[in-house]
Design a protein around this ligand. Structure first.
Ligand code: FMN
Length: 367
């Protein structure tokens, strides 16, 4: 029925890593939880894994926070059940980002991911994140330094946007950087189908992702993995993206905030079953578990703030979502959280299927 794989198109089939490779999960479940600053902490990752997410990426970590130690480093420490995982790094200086990569390798990260995608403004005129797509030589120096610092048994990956902006120069920069990564034996990339200038506004252009996978067909046949990101707002969108763009898998970002069930539903599609929505009791259990994990990681005060934004997103599954959303907005501590659960989640009932936010049919988007 709904789920399809690239093999159904005429596109050459990418070579997949063996099952025991840190990226070998893609053979069985071609999707993962994206890095999401302010959200994708240990608590969100562990909840996602319990719902069938095979792989997670941390939020972007600044190299100098790792190097300085203290809270930044503590934040990067992993729990034993949080594998396979990529630690994502962002920075401006090749030597610092290479030091950061070594720290992540010592902390037992399975994959090290370099962020060349974040659209947050330049700092002190220095490029980092997506701004490096406008400075390809600086970007390549970073990729090279990380390569030199990390042994080849730890796969390297990079997160890109499809370009800095829509000019031909920036398209050229994109290819220069991705060519360099492939030559440096990077194992994979995830490409967000928006430009840096676009930030999160407007649709991600899947047709450009398709052009990119065609351009790099021989690299993917040799084992380089290209994942797609952007507008993966439902389990079906995962497989639509794979079918329409020939990426090897999809990164699930905003679509999994307050919605770990998207991973379970994607597995249901793979098994040719109709996706089921969580009932109120299932929602309550996940909300409680997520809060308890968050408290154990951040303490009650910070967890209260973190969980308010998750609660607002979780409320979309509830039949009285406006009332529940308003109640979550007022949450400050565990007692308030429990009160929302006692008021709105005490009696079991069916949940509501959530509506994908993307309204434009992706097939019709032109470049
Ligand atoms: C709140 C927020 C935080 C994000 N933080 C990161 C991050 O730390 N690292 C990263 O690679 N991408 C980050 N992204 C980008 C997402 O991973 C993803 O590429 C983007 O949201 C497009 O996918 P979507 O349209 O399906 O949400 C972030 C996106 C959002 C909305």
């Amino acid at each position: 029925m709904i789920a399809t794989t690239p093999s159904e198109s005429n596109h050459p089939i990418p070579k997949l890593p063996p099952a025991d490779h840190p990226l070998g999960w893609v053979r069985h479940a071609p999707f993962y939880q994206a890095g999401l600053a302010g959200y994708s902490d240990t608590a969100m990752r562990l909840i996602a894994r319990k719902h069938g997410c095979p792989y997670c990426v941390t939020e972007a970590m600044l190299d100098h926070f790792l190097i300085q130690g203290g809270k930044g480093l503590d934040h990067a420490r992993l729990s034993d059940d949080d594998h396979p995982i990529a630690g994502q790094l962002m920075g401006s200086h090749p030597e610092d980002i290479a030091k950061g990569a070594k720290i992540l390798a010592n902390l037992d990260y399975d994959v090290i991911d370099i962020n060349l995608a974040c659209p947050v403004k330049k700092i002190k005129k220095k490029c980092r994140g997506g701004h490096l797509l406008s400075a390809p030589d600086e970007a390549i120096a970073i990729l090279q330094a990380v390569r030199d610092a990390i042994p080849h048994n730890i796969p390297l990956s990079l997160k890109l946007r499809r370009a800095y902006d829509d000019t031909p120069q920036m398209a050229e920069n994109f290819h220069k950087i991705l060519d360099a990564a492939i030559n440096l034996d990077y194992a994979s990339t995830t490409i967000h189908g928006r430009t840096v200038q676009q930030k999160y506004i407007g649709p991600a252009k899947w047709p450009i992702l398709k052009q990119i996978t065609s351009h790099y067909a021989s690299a993917t046949q040799s084992g380089f993995l290209i994942f797609g990101s952007g507008d993966v707002d439902s389990p079906q969108a995962i497989f639509d993206m794979i079918r329409q763009t020939n990426v090897v898998g999809a990164s699930v970002a905003r679509g999994c905030i307050g919605n770990p069930w998207i991973f379970e539903q994607a597995h249901q599609l793979l098994q040719e079953k109709s996706p089921t929505s969580p009932d109120i009791e299932q929602q309550k259990n996940v909300l409680l578990e997520h809060f308890q994990l968050s408290v154990s990681i951040h303490g009650e005060h910070l967890a209260g703030r973190m969980m308010r934004k998750f609660g607002i997103k979780f409320s979309q599954h509830h039949p009285n979502h406006d009332a529940v959303k308003n109640a979550f907005i007022k949450v400050k501590n565990l007692d308030d959280w429990q009160t929302v659960l006692d008021t709105h989640y005490a009696k079991n009932a069916p949940g509501v299927p959530i509506t994908p936010w993307t309204k434009l049919p992706q097939d019709t988007l032109s470049e």
